[in-house]
Design a protein around this ligand. Sequence first.
Ligand SMILES: [Fe+2]
Length: 186
Amino acid sequence: MCEMEMLDHIVLHSIQVCRVATFITERLNSQQPQLNRELIRAAALLHDITKTRSFKTQENHALTGGQFLAEQGYPEIGELVRQHVRLDEYPSPVDLGEAEIINYADKRVLHDRVVSLEERLNYILEKYGKLPEHQERIRWLWQKTIAMEDKIFSTLTIVPEELNRVLNSGDRTTNFAEYQKACKLI
Ligand SMILES: [Fe+2]
């Protein structure tokens, strides 16, 4: 992240996505251990690894982020990063794996704040939904994301809004300070 000169607000966003993804993973794993927590944490932190660069190059940051990580020797993380905007498949019923958790967590974080899917959708529609065909694609994706949310929370004892309350307070600024300190050492 330091070497790629990731912009501060993207670092903060990534830290928050990581907190959401970790929280959900730990809750799900406490019922049935099935998700690779460390893989999820790495992919969440790195999901926007080429985004800063993409502002200049206009590259597809999900795709190039996945490629970049594979080239660095982390193909498994790359696979998750590649699918963080849109999953390769949306089977029905929903099949929850690491890719789904990363994809969902990213859709619950607006900048560095945990929000509802609805709030994030409105932001995305405003920013990327200028053309009707784009709008349609975004809404399709959102229906699939809502199905994912239903599946995630169907077995948990908390509701989706609980994440806002729990994760909007807490230590992400500490994490960010630690990150800055670590960058200076490189
Ligand atoms: Fe992204």
